[in-house]
Design a binder for this molecule. Structure first.
Ligand SMILES: [Zn+2]
Length: 200
């Protein structure tokens, strides 16, 4: 089972835990009873709360556990086994496919929330992942997978409580909008890429 996969037994935190607090530089979103691990260490961004109990229930392959995605993406671990991702003289090993927000230079400059892979699990993902069977994808070596920002849910406090307009907003590190976001994925920008394979 992929290291980053979310399991059905891992329950998400509740909206009722969200509060507006005074933080560094002004008002920001927080949690009641906030713990240090609720914020991304690199950037102070509030992270989605989800229980950590991999193996309980069934794996939800199309969802990633926010904390395990963060660890894999931040520390360049394989998203399947959690061991160090493959790296050679041309860079780190990533799979990617076109997304609506990618630049015309894709795959150069692509933004991705999918952590890298080791050699073994790049091969097994290509062979077994149902999503890749129906999607044109590329195998990349990436020299500069730059920490770019987060995807997550921007919250607004109204007279009727919290409102949400979108679930997968993309915001770069340093964007003031991140003060109102519950982040679910750490995003890297793939720079200095070489295409070394592909399919579908
Ligand atoms: Zn692996």
């Amino acid at each position: 089972m992929p290291y980053v996969a979310l399991w059905s037994g891992e329950r998400a935190g509740l909206e009722s835990e969200l509060v507006v607090e005074v933080g560094r530089g002004g008002l920001r979103l927080g949690y009641e009873n906030e713990r240090p691990e609720d914020r991304a260490s690199s950037s102070d961004v509030l992270c989605a709360r989800v229980e950590q109990s991999p193996g309980v229930g069934r794996p939800l392959y199309d969802s990633m556990h926010p904390a395990r995605q963060y660890v894999a993406m931040y520390s360049m671990k394989c998203q399947v086994c959690g061991q160090p991702a493959s790296r050679n003289k041309d860079g780190w090993l990533f799979l990617d496919w076109r997304k609506p927000y990618d630049p015309p230079t894709w795959p150069e400059g692509a933004l991705t929330g999918m952590p890298p892979l080791c050699d073994i699990h790049a091969r097994s993902s290509i062979a077994e992942c149902p999503h890749l069977r129906h999607t044109e994808f590329v195998v990349l070596r990436v020299r500069t997978p730059r920490l770019w920002g987060f995807s997550g849910t921007p919250y607004m406090l109204t007279a009727n409580g919290w409102t949400v307009k979108e679930n997968d907003a993309l915001l770069p590190i340093g964007d003031p909008g991140l003060r109102g976001v519950v982040a679910s994925r750490l995003i890297r920008e793939l720079r200095n890429v070489s295409v070394v394979g592909g399919g579908s």
